[in-house]
Ligand binder design. Structure first.
Ligand code: C2O
Ligand code: CU
Ligand code: CU
Length: 540
């Protein structure tokens, strides 16, 4: 199967879910033979019954520091201090729906956007002011979510941030309501679209689903000098899918086994843009820059415009691409970001729908007829991304992405290299060394693999015989030639799609900080069920 075929399979499966899931009491995910069916314990709300495009797209507010305080380890130097409180709120996701209970950062979902300048550190106090009980189904059989643990726990990770281990939001560093953690983020990295989200062991999928996520934009002078669309022409766009019940409340499906509610994947029938269902955005006939995040638990997005017009992707997870890439469909796995330029210049007076999987509307652009002058530019070269030579690698690791039935045979555990979270650390690169990681995917799913702390480059993907690999003692039999990364992947990444039946090779220099970090699948249902491993960056 080629990569295109894989994408089509995903599209078809998700389209099926989109159209079929709403009224069914029992829905089997047509995913893989051993996946459990999913139970819709309550009737699910059908968002197709809503009047579309009646709410304006909310723009998450920019977080404001309350004061400036001394930074840890250097009391003479001060940094802006932000307090980000997580609390339960009731917000409307659509004009005609009742308020939805959500867990917000600073009262909105997504939370306020942290704006940072490269090299200028910030202090963020993440405060847990959530209630003491969870409103989503915790599975106490999952590691880290045992019944004796408090239900409500949180810890926030800055995804894509090059930060010391102590402030990385390690999944076991959670804290309970009434507590907080203050992290100093140094921001010594290139301009990029980062995001923050909950990372609590065993309940991460539920906490993010409840609403604990937001953007963090790092800027630098190199990027600012490019004169890209900015100010009100630069729009953050956080996308994720959800289910709602008939009372407009978030609904998270469960397995048929009451004591083990975990499900392997979730594809909601409602797609939200900046927390609204089917919003509109009034735009001028000119260029806009969109910072798009796939903040979904498990859905892959394939975004296109109803006009079928092309647009340009100028950046990926960790910042600008070497040059803009013209595309018609923007594909994003969970956790990935795309920096897009949409040009409405030739569309004055038009209404353009942003769609997912070719048909599902996400939002509407209402292009005004105003005569405007657009002084922004999109240079034909953006930011050089010097290739890391394979010869620099001191180590190549073979890391299998697999899944196994549990002892009872009724659920699946996703594993990295056949290892559970609690087993000793096996990945331990030395600070500043270069390594190649071969992500050997023997499953039927695409897994977006994310490494904390580092940015990496994709070398290639190559089809192989997964059966032989598993059954003949890791016999490596290739079934095709190496496929280079797509043009939109030719920049610095922190999350990579490891396609089924493929070996995806990435290369990275472990620059930054020594200490314990994690790497994991960014399908949060997988991550919560063992598809996450600690890794150590050893001091030199
Ligand atoms: Cu976006 Cu470890 O996560
Ligand atoms: Cu991360
Ligand atoms: Cu996965």
């Amino acid at each position: 199967m080629t990569r295109n075929n894989v994408n089509q399979t995903l599209t078809t499966r998700r389209t099926f879910l989109q159209n079929g899931a709403m009224s069914m009491a029992l829905l089997a995910l047509p995913q893989s033979a051993h996946h459990r069916p999913v139970v819709m314990a309550r009737p699910v709300f059908d968002p197709n019954t809503l009047t579309p495009f009646v709410d304006a797209l909310p723009i998450p507010k920019v977080a404001r520091p309350t004061d400036s305080r001394p930074i840890p380890g250097n009391t003479k130097q001060k940094a802006p201090y932000y307090r980000m409180a997580m609390q339960q709120v009731e917000t409307k996701v659509h004009r005609d729906m009742k308020p939805t209970r959500q867990w917000a950062v600073d009262s909105t979902v997504p939370g306020p956007t942290l704006e940072a300048q490269s090299g200028q550190g910030v202090l963020v106090e993440w405060a847990n002011q959530l209630p003491k009980s969870h409103f989503l189904p915790i599975d106490h059989h999952l590691h880290g979510a045992e019944a004796e643990k408090p239900d409500v726990r949180t810890v926030i990770h800055l995804h894509g941030g090059r930060v010391p281990a102590a402030v990385d939001g390690y999944p076991e560093d959670w804290f309970i309501p009434g507590k907080s953690a203050t992290y100093f983020y140094p921001n010594t990295q290139d301009a990029a679209t980062l995001w923050y989200h909950d990372h609590t062991l065993g309940i991460n999928r539920l906490n993010v689903y409840a609403g604990l996520l937001g953007l963090c934009i790092v800027r630098d002078s190199f990027e600012s000098a490019l004169n890209l669309p900015s100010g009100k022409y630069e729009i953050p766009l956080v996308l994720y899918d959800r289910f709602f019940d008939q009372d407009s409340q978030l609904y998270y499906p469960v397995s048929p086994v009451e004591s083990k509610p975990w499900i392997p994947e979730l594809f909601g029938n409602a797609i939200l843009a900046n927390g609204k269902l089917l919003p509109y955005l009034d735009v001028e006939p000119r260029k806009y820059r969109f910072r798009v995040l796939n903040g979904a638990n498990g859905r892959f997005f394939h975004l296109s415009m109803s006009t079928n017009q092309t647009f340009q992707q100028i950046g990926t997870d960790q910042g600008l691409l070497p040059a803009p890439v013209t595309i018609r469909i923007c594909s994003l796995a969970p956790g990935e970001r795309a920096d897009l330029i949409l040009d409405f210049t030739d569309h004055a007076g038009e209404q353009i729908v942003l769609k997912n999987d070719m048909l599902a509307p996400v939002m509407l652009f209402r292009v005004s007829k105003a005569k405007v002058t657009d002084e922004s530019t999109v240079p034909s070269t953006l930011r050089p991304v010097p290739k890391i030579a394979e010869s620099e690698a001191v180590k190549t690791r073979s890391l299998m992405l697999g899944e196994i039935n549990d002892l009872h045979g009724d659920s699946v555990t996703m594993l990295l290299n056949n290892s559970h979270w609690n087993m000793p650390v096996t990945e331990n690169p030395t600070l500043d060394s270069v390594e190649i990681w071969n992500l050997i995917n023997v499953t039927d799913d695409a897994h977006p693999i994310h490494l904390h702390m580092v940015r990496f480059q994709i070398l290639d993907r190559r089809r192989f015989d997964a059966f032989a690999y598993q059954n003949e003692n890791n016999l490596l039999r290739y079934r095709g030639n190496p496929i280079p990364p797509e043009p939109i992947e030719a920049g610095w990444k922190d999350t990579v799609r490891a396609d089924p039946g493929m070996i995806t090779r990435i290369i990275t220099k472990f620059e930054g900080y020594p200490g314990r970090f994690v790497w994991h699948c960014h399908i949060l249902e997988h991550e919560d069920n063992e598809m996450m491993r600690p890794y150590d960056v050893l001091p030199k």
